[in-house]
Design a protein around this ligand. Sequence first.
Ligand code: SF4
Ligand code: SF4
Ligand code: SF4
Length: 366
Amino acid sequence: MNSDSRMQQRLRHEAGALLEQDKVDRIIGFEPGSLKFTTTPLITKIKDDLDRLVINPFIVNNLAVFLPGLKGRIAIVSKGCDSRSIVSLIQDNKVSRDDLVIIGIPCPGMIDLRKVEKLTGKDRDEMDDIIREGDKVVIREGIRDEGYGITPDPYPLTLEVSDVLFDNCLACEFPTPQDYDILLGEPVASRQSAAGESVESQESRVESRGEGDSRAKRLQSEASSERSVSGLQTINYRLLTRQQRWGFWRKEFRRCIRCYACRNICPSCFCKRCFVEESEPQWLMPVPRWQENLMFQVIRNIHLAGRCTDCGECERSCPMNIPLRSLTMEMYNLVGELFNFKAGMDKDAPPLMTHYEQEEAEDLIR
Ligand code: SF4
Ligand code: SF4
Ligand code: SF4
């Protein structure tokens, strides 16, 4: 039994006890999705449903997004990034901590299926199983059996887990929930990798090797060329010129269809009426033009300052594969540098955007 299975078993037990003892009205967790290697949120008050709860490398959704819309006492399954979103909602008075039982998952990272498909050259339908075992990911291949279904290959493929995690998971600072009532396993250490280093450490590493020019050139060419559908897509914009950044986003936001999936899936986008829906004044035309698409994301990012926990959901939800994390990470890093603030770390701290100190404001305005 691997650690996911152990946590899953304990989750079902703990969730059952919470419902049975009437400590909560609902459980929010994950159940298998209808597509292979996906999960979908499960919100239930029925004990028999708890057998459907799963923990596996595909529980990507940030379930905190449901909290402001639900009443009563709720037990919520929470990875490290989700727990910070929950704390951030508590800071913004959108949720009361007293109404929550946080069931924490010490999170080893989520698997990006597109990276697995790219590395193996296989489509998800050709894989029978993907299992995380420590620092390895074992893929059991399916072989077509003359039209009678798929049988497991006796020789499974093994990949390094660091090659197939989502970019934000590679960069994750706090994989163990910051606040929880029940922790389903042992705390896990932060997994920092080259893909997720802070901008400063990337820059200093580049400079110390004397590779600044070539690295910048490579990033610039990545930014100006067509991006591949999979693989690392977060761009370090501080190595690009302003004109290059402008050109890059102009091109990317031409593809935005303004579906608002990125907004709707984000736990920090909790306004009942979003500025994009205002008609007096009207901030944006409803037709998706690149200028207004960009403006939507810029304003959204300003509203997210001190709230975004880098859960990666906005980028994952984008049907046009726009690299939104490159924008959200820039804001995340700026908030850290300018205000020494990280979202969702302390439920008793005031939210960044509602807290004013004269000295810092003067510095900013000058
Ligand atoms: S960002 Fe961290 S806590 Fe969130 S899913 Fe990835 S590894 Fe887990
Ligand atoms: S999810 Fe993508 S396409 Fe939809 S509004 Fe956001 S950026 Fe645009
Ligand atoms: S902006 Fe994106 S990464 Fe940040 S909290 Fe919202 S969904 Fe998560």
